[in-house]
Every structure is written in C-alpha cells, then in structure tokens.
Design a protein around this ligand. Sequence first.
Ligand code: TMP
Length: 215
Amino acid sequence: MKALFITFEGIEGSGKSTVANALRDAFERAAFPVIFTREPGGNTVSENIRSILLDPNNAGICPLAELFLYEASRAQIVDCVIRPALAEGRTVICDRFMDASVAYQGWARGLGDALVEDLNALAVGGTVPDITFLLDCSVEDGFRRGPHRREETGDRGMDRLELEGRLFHERVREGYLRIAKRERKRIVVIDASLPLERVVAEVIRNIRDRFRVKI
Ligand code: TMP
C-alpha cells in the first residue's frame, strides 16, 4: 500500500484530535506503519514555535508575524517529520495542516487566500495531503465540547487562539467551508455533531473506499 498523507481540520472542539487518534489506532490494528503528528508542533523546533503562537501573553502579535510563524513551523515539520516518514512508507496522520492557515490567517484574520496559498506552497514544497477530513460543527457545539470546558484545558487555561471571540471562530468555520467547496476532491466534510463512533466510521469508510486500504 502507498503511504498516505491524511490531515484533519476543524474549529476548536470539533473533535478532530480524537478522531485522528482513532484513525491511527485503526491503521495500527491492521499493522500498517503509521505516525501521528500535529501542527503547529510535532518536532522540537515546531513545538517551540507552537509555544510562542499559543501563549496568551503574545496577544499583540500582528497577523503577518503570526502567519510566518505557522509557515515556519510547517516548513520544519514537512522537512524533518512528514516527508521522511512518507519516503519510508509510513502513513502520516496530521492534526491540522496547510488549510488551517487559509481558514485562520487568510480568512478569519483577513490576510487573503493568495498570500497564504503562496506561503503554503513554499512551506510544503509539493507535500500535500492525499485526503483531508474537515470535521464541521457549529461554533456553539465546538465551544460546548472544546476549550471552554475545564476538563479539556485542565490547568493550562485557554490558549491565545481559544480566547478569540465567537465571531472569529465563525469566520474560521466559514473559511474552512470555502476551501472545502473549492477542493471537493481532496477535502471530505464530515458532520462532527454526529456521535464519535459514527464520525470515526465515516472517516474509515472514506479511506477504505478511496484508497482500497483494508483497515
Ligand atoms: P490545535 O488547537 O488544533 O492544536 O491548534 C493550535 C491553534 O493554532 C488552533 O487555535 C488553530 C491555530 N492554527 C492557526 O491559526 N493556523 C494554522 O496554520 C494552524 C496549523 C493552526
């Protein structure tokens, strides 16, 4: 089987990390080599960049600086984690990737698609996902399940992005849905308000049908 590059996207609280982990488990059960990683993060440099990006003390960061940091983190993870893993035949599951910059920085922050897409292209250098799952739910649903629950954030409190208001997150959702409309072949939109088992089953069905993988 060809190693696949699979990404998960969605607003805060959409459940993407849980579903992505469940998919990793499915690959492992079927004995397919797989790695799970996340953006921003997934290696030392990118995790350090992540700390800067999520630190509420950096609320004053300007949109362009924010975008450059996400792209820097992306260039690093592609170069030192994603591309080598794919070259070794491992499937890569990544919790967020390039579409997040288009939705968050391009649309919600208003930097525009063209700039973000150009920087994305530079950062990923052709390493684009084979399939992307957009877990779509309302901002209310996301808030109920995600960072606004103390069980979710624990002692860390909410991060810089989670502290953004409802309107910002509405824009992020809208941004994601716009990309999904443009990229119907790559992006599969899944209703994240369904019970978790159904969401996971839907993701697995898509992978089986599209790539003929027995997971
Ligand atoms: P996470 O909460 O999914 O780990 O992602 C960290 C935060 O960073 C989340 O609020 C989404 C945001 N983000 C962007 O704004 N742009 C990006 O390109 C990425 C990957 C994440």
